[in-house]
Design a binder for this molecule. Sequence first.
Ligand code: ATP
Ligand code: MG
Length: 362
Amino acid sequence: MIELNHINVDFESKNTTIHAVRDVTLTINKGDIFGIVGYSGAGKSTLVRTINLLQRPTGGTVHVNGEDLLSLKPKNLRIARKKIGMIFQHFNLMNERTVAGNVLYALRSSTLPNLEKKRKVTELLTLVGLADKQNVYPSQLSGGQKQRVGIARALANDPEVLLCDEATSALDPKTTLAILELVKELNEKLDLTIVIITHEMEVIKEICNKVAVMENGAVVEQGSVVSIFTDPKEPLTQEFINTATHIDQALAKLAKHPSVLNIREEDSIVRLSFVGENTNSPLISSLYSKFTVTTNILYGDIEILHDTPIGNLIVTLSGTIAQRKSAIHYLAGQGVNVQPLEQIQLSDQSKVISINRDKHIL
Ligand SMILES: Nc1ncnc2c1ncn2[C@@H]1O[C@H](COP(=O)(O)OP(=O)(O)OP(=O)(O)O)[C@@H](O)[C@H]1O
Ligand SMILES: [Mg+2]
């Protein structure tokens, strides 16, 4: 378990102080795949580097498995750090050493006999799918293969925690998925706790069970991936999710759709999001039988996150104001999150529609 308590990191530069991390408190449980998402400069790397004290916080405490890292003497800190592996965006391999040599280097201060070390290197490279590449040099590998070496090296000292700083940012989408798949497999096989930094909510959606959203040094929202995806509270979180679920693209396309262009007084455009068993029930069809409200589905998507179906629909509801009001109240009562959408005229004559969270429905 990792406990970060009221972490602050300040950098002094010339006459100014940069508050890279502001009062962050996070608990990462054993076995979690914990995602930290945010734009460039949000403070993600600085925060994560405090977990192994590559970055000493200016304030706050860091506990890993109950041990207060800031109180450890250098020797004990070195031991504690061995239990925390790390991988990076640009792999940081040593080009003059072979693949096996790179992994072996991580065992340089291990007390294992040489033969055991060699056996361990082979075992690790087999685990990451590179058994046949032991004697080649990094320059002969693809990006995905280089990251696999990075992972094998990070696992050399049997860590309990793996920190991944933008580990897939330099890879193409297919290779990214393969690496994420491997990370998930290691989480299950080795009971590894994993912390993943990314600027893509897609990565979070793919493998994380928990997520924290960072902005300007602070964590603005955190929770389980399912709860954050179904009910994001902060505008920044909504922005990340809309991109990851392709709602943004759908909205841009829909702005030109005839049913949106010719919207009438008696129509409302709404986004419906729902979780779990609600995705199975015939809610939409019951809107007509119950309230004489006709529904036109403009966009629909269901994603499965950790076995939980999460649905997103963009629909027009047609009927009198009273009928639409009743239908929306009914949907909300059934656990469906209903958000009004609004057409916005841009200055260049083109239109977009956007989610308007502050506006009351009808
Ligand atoms: N060693 C340092 N000295 C001074 N300022 C720093 C240092 N490291 C980071 N910063 C500043 O702290 C802030 C947070 O940086 P950080 O690298 O943690 O962000 P990030 O979220 O990881 O960004 P990216 O996605 O680009 O990697 C930035 O404003 C950065 O310029
Ligand atoms: Mg970073």
